[in-house]
Design a protein around this ligand. Sequence first.
Ligand SMILES: Cc1cc2nc3c(=O)[nH]c(=O)nc-3n(C[C@H](O)[C@H](O)[C@H](O)COP(=O)(O)OP(=O)(O)OC[C@H]3O[C@@H](n4cnc5c(N)ncnc54)[C@H](O)[C@@H]3O)c2cc1C
Length: 483
Amino acid sequence: MTQQTFDVIVIGAGPGGYVAAIRAAQLGFKVACIDEWSNADGGPAPGGTCTNVGCIPSKALLQSSEHFEHARLHFAEHGISTGAVKIDVGQMLGRKNTVVKQNNDGILYLFKKNKVAFFHGRGSFVRAFEGGYEIAVAAGAAGAAGAEPQTLAAKQVIVATGSSARALPGVPFDEVNVLSNDGGLRLGAVPKRLAVIGSGVIGLELGSVWRRLGADVTVLEGLPVFLGAVDEQIAREAKKAFDKQGLKIELGVQVGEIKALKKGVSIAYTNAKGEPQTLEADKLIVSIGRVPNTNGLNAQAVGLQLDERGAIVVDADCRSNLPGVWAVGDVVRGPMLAHKAEEEGVAVAERIAGQHGHVNFDTIPWVIYTSPEIAWVGRTEQQLKADGVAYRVGTFPFLANGRARALGDTTGMVKMLADAATDQILGVHIVGPMASELIAEAVLAMEFKASAEDIARICHAHPSLSEATKEAALAVDKRALNF
Ligand SMILES: Cc1cc2nc3c(=O)[nH]c(=O)nc-3n(C[C@H](O)[C@H](O)[C@H](O)COP(=O)(O)OP(=O)(O)OC[C@H]3O[C@@H](n4cnc5c(N)ncnc54)[C@H](O)[C@@H]3O)c2cc1C
């Protein structure tokens, strides 16, 4: 058995891990990164959930399905005529796989460029020794790490092993009829009837993809409110748009028995009125949250502390209970978002180097890439009310924005909340076209503790969707110009 010594070992090459590895290498450390994800050929596929079965493939399919819907429903308005619009699901999935592979390869290239040693296989703790940790790298399922297991040693270990889809109790994912995000992103044909349990980000995004392609989609949600974490006004506006599109969302349901049928599944549930119902569907996507990946780590070998969910217990700076062992991303507390994982990865690498890496949890943006997109940063109106904060609110509808009219997409609004006394921006909430891009201005403003007036006084390009943000800022002071 060979052993190699590094300054920093990163376990997991998702957005948390690969970015931590690159930053640590930039800071002059000798770095190893271990990841077990394999592509269809058994080769390494770094990038984690995000690249392989999360952010990237879902956005690729959202884009394809949006093109399809535009061609079907909206091209005629522009004077463009087509024959009957058809979808080739195989081609669409092939394109998605290419996009994923480009990202996998991009990370391997970045590792080479930054001299990060990459190991394909499962990393697990072997033992702690005076001044460091020994980590075994076992060959992945495809034997990609080579026949002989290797051990690595380092003073500093960053665990970034991410998370996996949570199954309903007693209903394991078979990825044929009962699908996680993984199966939901590689259906070979458009199902006639698709059921989705869970109306969070993943359920809404995957439900939207297959609805746009022609599936009859029903989303069952246990909570009585739609998108409880989102500003209520914004969530209402989004719900109206989804209803109009024919995405059926039932709130306040209690899911009972799920049975396999000859073709598909049947889902017994009680609706919000307590009435028993049965939904039959060809495919079921279960998107009820995610569980941290700590099973394969052999955490007990070194006494790494986990909580009752299996997440690694860390402090605000991502330090575990063990000296020199850090954890970032989905495997620790906090929002399960790729950019949160990345920020934590960078901050940890900088802390290891004695710098003052910092993540501002108050300005982490959230995005749901449905149509309309939903994006927000900071506090919602209901949170400000609950916290007893005096605020002023400005809203501006895309209906009154010239660029949105030209795009033919005037759904939604920008809503800005500012402190009543100081005018400091406390939250920005957007439902509408390109909300995912527009939110960056709000994040920047909040990071710099800007006031609504600051945004109102900044020159925004015309015609642009960003003018809606400026107008919402003007509206905080009741002086919007175009509404
Ligand atoms: C369908 C879907 C869509 C999403 N869309 C978005 C989005 O648009 N924006 C957003 O911000 N977030 C999105 N997310 C969430 C995002 O994917 C995660 O928050 C992010 O991937 C977490 O990064 P991570 O580095 O912590 O873990 P992961 O990306 O899960 O990566 C962990 C890696 O560690 C590997 N690993 C685990 N254990 C071991 C071990 N013992 N040894 C070696 N390797 C190991 C895994 O194989 C994996 O490659 C989405 C998630 C899903 C499922």
